[in-house]
Ligand binder design. Sequence first.
Ligand code: ZN
Length: 235
Amino acid sequence: MDLKNYTPETRITFDNRKTTIFKQDDAWYALAAIPLKAKPGTYDFKIQQDGSTRVSGVEVRDKKYQEQHMTIKNKRKVNPNEQDMQRITSERVLKRAAKNHWSDSYPDVDLIWPVSGEISSIYGLRRFFNEQERNPHNGLDIAAPEGTDIKAPADGTVIEAGDFFFSGNMVYVDHGQGLISLYAHMSRIDVKPGDELRRGDNLGAVGQTGRVTGAHLHFAVMTNGILFDPLYLLP
Ligand code: ZN
């Protein structure tokens, strides 16, 4: 939604969470997302400014997403053993911290493609691995040969980089105001936490690490912890 008379003191929430504020063509906007598991209903933007509160509702309707069935050869990636579960649990803490990272700088939301290639899986698909339903697909899969360079789609700071059980080699980049991007299944990571990136800088390379059926980049974006379809920000 667009914001008139925005100042850094203006407080804007959606469904009681912070929003990502950005500027485009001299106007300010608030970006918010709705989780795939959200229930239909009305969700409110609240704008608190100069002692008054404006409320603007958004109606969320039900949507059925297509199913995708995949066969994973490494069965432990679908049914992890006890040792794997311990690893998954500790990784969840790192992932949650990265997802909810906050910095005040305003992001440029006009992303460039991190790799060029065909989209092999869209956002939102209901996913079945070896016929067992798992979390829906909350990013975009871009097919590209192993070793293809991955570019930062906008300026940002690396906040997490490492090897994860399901995601393989993964990098999180903070773009400001709760806008975070992530890159999974990489063959190689060329950055480390704290690295400052300019749009187009190299992050590493496309691979097939983690739970995959072939080489591709899993690219995801989130605003204040809520993943949404990266196509909204891509040209
Ligand atoms: Zn994916």
